[in-house]
Design a protein around this ligand. Sequence first.
Ligand SMILES: NC(=O)c1ccc[n+]([C@@H]2O[C@H](COP(=O)([O-])OP(=O)(O)OC[C@H]3O[C@@H](n4cnc5c(N)ncnc54)[C@H](O)[C@@H]3O)[C@@H](O)[C@H]2O)c1
Length: 317
Amino acid sequence: MRSTAKRVLVTGGAGFVGSHLCERLLAQGHEVLCVDNFFTGARANVAHLLGDPRFELMRHDVTFPLYVEVDEIYNLACPASPVHYQFDPVQTTKTSVVGAINMLGLAKRVKAKILQASTSEVYGDPDVHPQPESYWGRVNPIGFRSCYDEGKRCAETLFFDYRRQHDLGVKVVRIFNTYGPRMHPNDGRVVSNLIVQALKGEPITLYGEGTQTRSFCYVDDLVDGLIRMMETPHAVTGPVNLGNPGEFTIAELAALVRELTGSASPIEHRPLPPDDPRQRRPDIALAGELLGWAPAIPLREGLARTIAYFERALQAA
Ligand SMILES: NC(=O)c1ccc[n+]([C@@H]2O[C@H](COP(=O)([O-])OP(=O)(O)OC[C@H]3O[C@@H](n4cnc5c(N)ncnc54)[C@H](O)[C@@H]3O)[C@@H](O)[C@H]2O)c1
């Protein structure tokens, strides 16, 4: 083990991003405590890590206090897809807000650094493109997406108040659409949706005309950004955008998925859901400046890896 090995808590560690983060931290020689209530995560996502004596998996809901000794906390616990976060919206807000209070309280007690996985959704339906961190957002406080958007905004508030009141080592990153292996096959997120539909030969659904744009960051790039952010000096708090600025319309994404899967699935148009952002693209200048970070994996390559994962997962199902 490296002499700089740390004890790292990853909340939501059995989820899509969290499982990749746990893997990377172990590979760097750290001890990892993965905490998850398995709402959207799964033991299977980290099953391959269970044999490592430096890895520990704990079933726990972050809306309840946690007493452990750690050096760093990555707070990822929160369902991330609309299907899941709208299933029990009150619990979603609680997870973001009470979860943040509990994890910040823990960080304060044990003097740990703590990173919050915030989201581009804090910008809402933006009227500024691309969105820099200085943009305050345009968020509906009472809509279907508000439990997530406002929960995450309140969590950011708590992080910065803990900083101002207690000088806690806080790091806030705003994550833009991320994709990769271990995304949920049925959670309605656009990349997994399109891939699963294409692989099953089902119609590929586009909401509206498919002209709304998104940027897609491959999960390995994101994990690299999260770790770089945690390693910044105390003075660096963020918020820092992490995402891939390459902007694609959903229709373009669908065409690429069809090409890479060799699928003949027809395209089917459905009405746009309420509050669906029209355009979403990160301004990652600050991440470049502070972290020396930029995504490295092009969409075509990341999609090919993700498709390979879903092919295996669908065969095993
Ligand atoms: N994937 C993205 O594109 C994206 C974009 C922006 C922000 N994020 C943020 O990154 C984090 C990880 O997202 P993901 O895509 O891996 O989603 P995910 O749903 O796969 O992972 C979230 C994990 O948190 C766990 N969880 C939920 N509520 C919990 C609770 N109360 N207590 C303990 N565990 C709980 C879930 O079981 C799951 O394992 C989330 O906080 C999400 O908001 C992700």
